[in-house]
Design a protein around this ligand. Structure first.
Ligand code: FAD
Length: 263
């Protein structure tokens, strides 16, 4: 296509940012030769949507050039398509940003160099992004009866004051735990777990699908029942584990923050 334009005598330029040999065009895609228009990859490599909108702009410009469209309609139509094109050409892939090292996204969030270069975020970067939470279950339900007394002791004696003791907000919330079931087999397993836990003194019971959705309205109708333990909850394991290691060190035990196991 590029060759065709060249053969027609259109002025060309070697522009690496637009993909090599491209015609010089005006805002409407008209080349240096009146009545010859170029849009899409031949005018500058971009992507399919911008190629289509660029083609429409050339189309209305050609119609206007040939006298099939009046000035007012042409101006109005051009603006519509140009706005659509500008909407597409935002952010780091916008032509004006090509080759620039951008440090912020349009939402003013730090750009991850790792994500661009390697395709993933590393651990140190993850916390910087909105919506990232570190939530771990603090639960007694679903546990083996042999570990249950320890888990129950923790909920009753440790968790209520742990944030104060460790001097860090553990983000502990005691808002219950649902273990969901969809099939009769699931319900049978959950009922067995709940019965065994209740025998150890845990406040846990089976509830039906309607009760489940009264607690969490976003759950689907496929959920037919669940075990419900109101004293379970969740907390932020990241905050907690570093401070636990500190607390152990303060108590004279061995605790390693950056290597080895956490106590
Ligand atoms: C591998 C690959 C993957 C891509 N993936 C995506 C993607 O996921 N999303 C996206 O938006 N874009 C993608 N693109 C880019 C997108 O395909 C192009 O930007 C878009 O197709 C450009 O449209 P166009 O009409 O300008 O050119 P083209 O789609 O290339 O159309 C040009 C047409 O002209 C014909 N032609 C050429 N010379 C002549 C001639 N002498 N006589 C007659 N006909 C001729 C060709 O056969 C062709 O049909 C991708 C491109 C490639 C190469």
């Amino acid at each position: 296509m590029s060759q065709l334009l060249k053969m027609a005598g259109c002025r060309m330029e070697d522009n690496p940012k637009r993909g090599g040999q491209v015609p010089i065009v005006d805002a409407y895609g008209q080349t240096s030769i009146e009545g010859i228009f170029a849009a899409g990859d031949v005018e500058g490599i971009e992507e399919a949507s911008s190629a289509m909108i660029g083609g429409r702009i050339c189309g209305i410009a050609a119609a206007h050039f040939l006298g099939y469209m009046d000035d007012g309609t042409f101006k109005q139509q051009y603006e519509i398509h140009q706005n659509a094109l500008s909407g597409l050409r935002q952010g780091m892939f916008a032509p004006e940003n090509r080759g620039k090292v951008l440090t912020k996204t349009e939402e003013n969030i730090d750009i991850s160099a790792n994500l661009l270069e390697k395709g993933y975020l590393d651990d140190s970067e993850i916390d910087k992004y909105p919506g990232v939470t570190h939530t771990g279950g603090v639960r007694q339900s679903g546990r083996d009866p042999r570990e249950l007394p320890l888990a129950m002791y923790g909920i009753q004696k440790l968790w209520p004051t742990l944030s104060e003791e460790l001097e860090v907000d553990c983000e502990y919330h005691q808002d219950g735990n649902l273990r969901l079931g969809k099939t009769p087999q699931h319900i049978k397993i959950l009922t067995g777990l709940a019965d065994r836990a209740r025998a150890c003194g845990l406040d846990v019971r089976m509830i039906d699908g309607d009760e489940v959705r009264a607690i969490n309205p976003y759950l689907s109708d496929e959920v037919t029942g669940a075990s419900w333990c109101p004293t379970d909850g969740h907390a932020n394991p990241r905050n907690r584990r570093h401070r636990c290691a500190d607390a152990v060190c303060r108590a004279g035990e061995s605790g390693h923050r950056s290597s080895g196991p956490y106590v």
